[in-house]
Design a protein around this ligand. Structure first.
Ligand code: EPU
Length: 455
């Protein structure tokens, strides 16, 4: 297993490019199951989750290979297989996104239920409700959901749940509905840019979908989809994480290859906290040199603040002046990072679906453990801001969703090394905490001369 060794306290500088979106690429790759003919996908990030889904598609007679230019080519070798195995789906919940494409195109899907998750309860009842409304017969047997239909038919479907709409559920129902006879209307559809990107891909393949990016989708059924070429959108969560890397290290950095319009809520919130942000076409100039103040953040479905950034915001706000509240209304139990951030000196406690943060804390490097993808990112960010070395264990969580994060951070001047998780690689200060620390540079978070800049 790998871990990161981070020597914090360095200011960052320079520009870094964002990769393609994981959460857009996954349902698009799954939807290639529903397309007759070969597809070419550009800007697909090289990530553990993408490789796992490619492996899963391989078991469903769909070959996924990288071309010499880095694009992904998808080639079909048959369409009789319909079983998505537990051993692959348990590694990655997004495996459930083959359910809609298999049912729509092949008339039968047998997909393992993904099981437990570190970010809280994640049912798929809305996916099943939507597919049943399209006429599928659905049963759960031996840990698998089995959905079958000779022919799907258009329906009016409401996909709202207790925590808003469902991103992957909307993707599954929309893709299946592409093949339904007649018209389907999905109300309370997810408006996330990743759902829009899947819709654009399906349209390129011949689907007839309108209303993308709004809560009401209208889908006119077609008989078949044909091969197409598509470029995946940039990863807005990676972009936001890199913006926070600039802010938490009180640095000026430029994040390129982004779509600022997909980051409006994040940009507005960071400005409110005191981070200077300037949009320059497809780049964002981030200036974290002002003093940062507490804020109230509520993660909600798009276009509000994304849940996938609440852990990173919590890390940032632990270094800001005052009491902050970060509430997650999408995954109200997504707070495993709090205890690890506390090990680094953050003063943060949980109250229901909120983290209450008293800042500013002077973060101190520590050995911490990643529990899920975005929690890992929060710990890495805290490590960048901390005095002295940190180790972040179980980095495989991070590798599921960030392409070469350590390389990108190093290109900005951070000291982040990937190494095997082995006693020999533990920095002396962490192996024996009473060892006098190496003299550290003055800590940037408490620099007296920084003034809050106007939003
Ligand atoms: N929900 C239900 N019933 C359902 C489906 C969802 O009650 O049938 C609830 C969930 O329990 C949750 C809320 O609805 O409270 C939203 O869940 P959603 O279905 O939208 O989440 P998802 O599709 O499983 C995707 C992303 C997540 C991201 C969420 C929310 C992918 C592969 N995953 O998950 O990304 O947090 O949307 O935006 O797209 C991540 O990248 O770290 C990550 C977890």
């Amino acid at each position: 297993m790998d871990m990161f060794v981070i020597r914090g306290g360095r200011r960052l500088a320079g520009a870094v490019a964002v990769s393609g979106s994981k959460n857009a690429a996954l349902p698009i790759l799954a939807a290639t199951l529903a397309v007759d003919g070969s597809c070419l996908l550009h800007n697909v990030p090289d990530l553990a989750d993408i490789r796992t889904l490619a492996e899963l598609l391989g078991t469903l007679q769909v070959e996924v290979r990288r071309t010499r230019t880095g694009a992904m080519q998808i080639v079909h070798h048959g369409d009789s297989a319909c079983v998505a195995d537990y051993e692959l789906v348990r590694k990655m919940r997004a495996g459930i996104s083959v359910l809609g494409p298999l049912l729509g195109r092949r008339g039968r899907a047998c997909v393992s239920l993904p099981g437990g998750c570190n970010i809280g309860h994640r049912p798929i009842d809305l996916h099943l409700k939507g597919l049943a409304a399209l006429g599928a017969e659905i049963r759960i047997e031996r840990g698998y959901v089995i959905a079958e239909a000779d022919r799907l038919h258009g329906a009016d479907i409401y996909l709202g749940g207790p925590c808003g709409s469902t991103v992957t559920g909307t993707c599954n129902v929309m893709t299946a509905a592409v093949f339904a006879e007649g018209t389907t209307t999905i109300e309370a559809a997810a408006c996330e840019p990743e759902v829009v990107d899947l819709g654009q891909f399906l349209i390129s393949a011949g689907a007839r979908i309108s209303g993308l990016g709004t809560p009401t989708l209208r889908i006119e059924g077609v008989d078949r989809l044909s091969g197409c070429e598509h470029t995946v959108i940039p990863d807005r969560i990676e972009a936001a994480t890199l913006m926070i890397a600039g802010a938490i290290t009180r640095s000026s950095v430029e994040i390129t290859h982004v779509e600022p319009a997909q980051l409006t809520a994040v940009i507005e919130k960071l400005r409110e906290i005191g981070v200077g942000i300037e949009c320059r076409g497809d780049a964002l100039a981030v200036d974290g040199s002002g003093s940062l103040t507490a804020a109230e953040c509520i993660a909600l479905p798009h276009p509000a603040l994304p849940t996938d950034i609440q852990a990173q915001l919590t890390a940032l706000l632990s270094t800001a002046e005052g009491i902050s509240i970060v509430t997650d209304k999408v995954f109200p139990d997504r707070f495993m990072h709090i205890a690890e951030l506390a090990r680094m000196g953050a003063r943060v406690r949980r109250e229901g679906a909120s983290a209450i943060i008293s800042g500013p804390a002077r973060l101190s490097g520590a050995a911490v453990m990643a529990s899920d993808l975005r929690a890992s990112a929060a710990l890495v960010l805290a490590g960048l801001a901390a005095d002295g070395p940190s180790i972040v264990r179980r980095i495989y969580h991070l590798d599921r969703g960030y392409e070469s994060l350590e390389t990108k951070l190093r290109s900005l001047g951070a000291d982040v090394q990937r190494t095997r998780d082995h006693a020999d690689h533990i920095p002396l200060e962490l192996a024996d905490p009473l060892t006098p620390a190496r003299p550290a540079a003055p800590h940037f978070a408490t620099h007296p001369s920084r003034k809050k800049r106007p939003a």
